[in-house]
Ligand binder design. Sequence first.
Ligand code: NAG
Ligand code: NAG
Ligand code: NAG
Ligand code: NAG
Length: 548
Amino acid sequence: MRFSTVVSAALLGLVYASPLGVNSVDKRAATFTNPILWEDYPDLEVIRVGDVFYYTSSTFAFSPGAPILKSYDLVNWTPVTHSVPTLNFGSEYSLTNSTNRAYVKGIWASSLRYRESTDTFYWLGCIASSKSYLWTASNTGAKSNNGEVTNWNWKAAATIDKCYYDNGLLIDDDDTIYVAYGSTNIMVAQLNKDGTAEVKSQTVYQGSTYIEGSRMYKINGYYYIFVTKPAIDEWVLKSKSPWGPYEMKVLVENIKGPLDNAGAAHQGGIVSTKDGNWYYIAFLDSFPGGRIPVAAPITWSSDGWPLLVKDSTGAWGKTYPFPVNTTKTVPPPTGVDTFKSTSLSHEWEWNHNPDTSAYKLFGGASGGMQLSTATVTNDLYSARNTLTHRIIGPKSSGTFHLDITSLTDGDRAGAALFRDHSAYIGIHRENTTNRLVYVNNLSIDVVNGWKTNAIGTVAASLTLPSSTKQVWLRVKADITPAFNTATQRTTTFWYSLDGKTWTQLGGAFAMTNDWQFFTGFRYAVFNFATKALGGKVVMKSFEMEKWE
Ligand SMILES: *[C@@H]1O[C@H](CO)[C@@H](O)[C@H](O)[C@H]1NC(C)=O
Ligand SMILES: *[C@@H]1O[C@H](CO)[C@@H](O)[C@H](O)[C@H]1NC(C)=O
Ligand SMILES: *[C@@H]1O[C@H](CO)[C@@H](O)[C@H](O)[C@H]1NC(C)=O
Ligand SMILES: *[C@@H]1O[C@H](CO)[C@@H](O)[C@H](O)[C@H]1NC(C)=O
């Protein structure tokens, strides 16, 4: 991809200023900078198998769900699989009925563990406050390969008729599976040997304050349950038995996070390096960008309580010594995707389960991905097969190169800034004319149960020359945290007809900082029909790059 002067300057800024870029280039960096990954990966749990760290996260109604990221050093991360390939929780997760959608339902505060005896990864989540779903990946190769997985073969293993709310799994030394869960009163259940049914459960901590987000560990003979007092504190429960009684101490109390306007570091989980050093990975409410992970070392008191290593002002440090010296690397989150594989990379998630018959990855040398219209609607929030990508912060752009020759009358295709309040730049095909539009004022809203409030207003448009076969559409976002402030970060929308010269269309879109939708703003590509199915758009490439 080529750039205008303005964009090239921005790119230089990126290489110079990016802490992530520096870390991934120079493995011998003495320190790392928080956040460790400036992307929306909330409700995390981090485990280590051999040399490899794995990180699970919440995805609500995005599909596939529950991505797992991989790292060798706790600082550089890349998504490698999704524990829930298809949201098997009910028809509303497939967006086939515009009055029965799953926005803000689905996967949150779930848990990931690895059982060495059977070389199996377990993912457990409570869905819609009613049932818990277990997905497993067995014979992954991790056991014999120092943690490296050669085959993620996720299977729906069980549906348990009980909600393990905000759960944290523990596989004990004797292979017993426990799950800590609940809010205010924390409970522990013992599952059967495959984790597919409950053996027993009981309340282990009678709370008087609202706490949730359990993570369960056994360390040096003690059982620990880490819980959050949302969204500011992290508490630790400790006992000699999984069934209690548990003593409680506060690990962090409304600690100032390493970013301004991004809340306190809380929730998350702990993990140890091979050298036996422990880290707490929490997250910050960084809206409009979502919830992003930060890491800090912990030490242990002589009586087995974890203590956070703070900076000299008593805050969560902006930098700490690099956790692991390794030459192993993972790909950076920025870069170009030309869709040369026959499956999507795990950077991508659909809005609800997709219609798999309506998209195609060409693979091979030419690459590219075809999105056929999958729904006749005038509402982006009811259209199937909108494909989303997290935004890397604090400032980045997502550029979609589209071939628009096979759109048909009434189709709407383009590049969106997607959340409960959305905007897009795209093509509205009218008969054989391609109208390039900037549309804002699309919204769904917690107040009316996430029904659609507004399907969008064309705020700027122009007619493209009839010879136009391809367009480059760019969404340029600033997700610098502004949580709990009146400041609104803005995103602008740009197009190019040659991939070199860029023009902004419409004004700046002001982003909201509310947490209620939970997921932060994302880049998205879409193609839906307002008249009849049959139209297609081909995405030839996507590039995410930082700017200053
Ligand atoms: C769509 O969902 C609504 C609300 O749940 C339900 O009343 C209706 O019957 C559903 N329509 C179809 C075609 O399934
Ligand atoms: C990494 O190597 C550097 C330089 O030898 C050393 O100072 C540092 O303590 C090492 N870090 C870890 C986590 O081993
Ligand atoms: C599309 O073409 C039909 C038939 O020529 C015409 O009636 C209609 O107004 C056109 N629609 C638009 C949006 O231009
Ligand atoms: C946004 O959409 C709503 C619902 O269609 C409409 O009432 C309102 O006038 C629109 N606002 C703007 C600024 O376009």
